[in-house]
Write a protein that binds this ligand. Structure first.
Ligand code: SAH
Length: 258
């Protein structure tokens, strides 16, 4: 039995065992014992993860064909192989302990996976994942760059980002049209933002939704008639560091109360 790759599920199966080994080795030494793989597919990472001692391993797969294939190939996985859509899976209903997420992510939904990870940031301590290189570049991008955006700010607030290595298309079946990259996100020390979190997320989103406009213009629906003489309102979102966004949130929040 084999699994027919489905484009709609972002299936590009990794064929290179060395790269698979390098990805799995990247989680060595992490403190948390629970390891959750997103999208095991045909099991190239899974086969190495189940050999690891001292971890509690789970895999979440949406594709019934892959699920059946893995059930037969790795019967010891049992209930730890979960047949579900990761985006609809309530991590905290199953896991209460800190955990690691690993996977060659389906590229078509990688941003949504990161938003889901952010929602669960109090238990997701480390993420080692392969994604489209362009998305990896955006995530690690800092202010002042064209590629700096919503995902960079949101992830960098709560995670330290490490770019591990680049992977070309030829090692996949079928090969994707783009280059790939493996990155490591590690939860930082920040438990809470030093500002109104909900307002912070709104400001970052609204700002980058119209990234060419100054913040004075793009944030109109929040600012209403608040004073905008501070020079920060004349800037564009990509000029603001993560700290600047926190300061901006506090500035807006405090002038609202006056
Ligand atoms: N880990 C495998 C497969 C990577 S391809 C390898 O390295 O070869 C991406 C995998 O994610 C596929 O198996 C696909 O079926 C799965 N997938 C896609 N969308 C998913 C979702 N919403 N939830 C869980 N798995 C998903």
């Amino acid at each position: 039995m084999s699994v027919r790759p489905k484009k709609s599920l972002g299936q590009h199966f990794l064929k290179d065992d060395n790269i698979a080994r390098k990805i799995v080795e990247a989680i060595a030494g992490f403190k948390q014992k629970t390891v959750v793989e997103i999208g095991p597919g045909t099991g190239v990472l899974t086969s190495k993860l189940i050999e690891k001692e001292n971890i509690n391993f789970y895999a979440i797969e949406i594709d019934s064909e892959s699920f059946e294939f893995l059930n037969i190939k790795y019967p010891t996985l049992g209930k730890n192989l979960i047949f579900r859509d990761f985006l609809k899976f309530e991590l905290k209903e199953t896991f209460t302990q800190p955990l690691t997420i690993i996977g060659n992510f389906p590229y078509n939904i990688s941003s949504q996976i990161f938003f889901k990870i952010l929602e669960n940031r109090d238990i997701v301590m480390d993420v080692v994942c392969m994604i489209q290189k362009e998305v990896a570049d955006r995530i690690k991008s800092s202010h002042g760059n064209k590629t700096y955006g919503i995902l960079s700010v949101f992830l960098q607030v709560f995670y330290d980002i490490e770019y591990l290595f680049t992977v070309g298309p030829k090692v996949f079946d079928p090969p994707p049209k783009v280059n790939s990259a493996v990155i490591h996100l590690r939860r930082n020390e920040r438990k809470k933002l030093d500002c109104n979190e909900e307002l912070f997320f709104r400001i970052v989103k609204l700002g980058f939704n119209q990234r060419r406009k100054t913040l004075r213009n793009s944030l109109k629906s929040i600012l209403l008639n608040l004073p905008t003489d501070n020079e920060i309102f004349g800037k564009r979102p990509e000029q603001l560091s993560v700290e600047d966004f926190i300061n901006l949130t506090n500035l807006i929040d405090s002038s609202k109360d006056q």
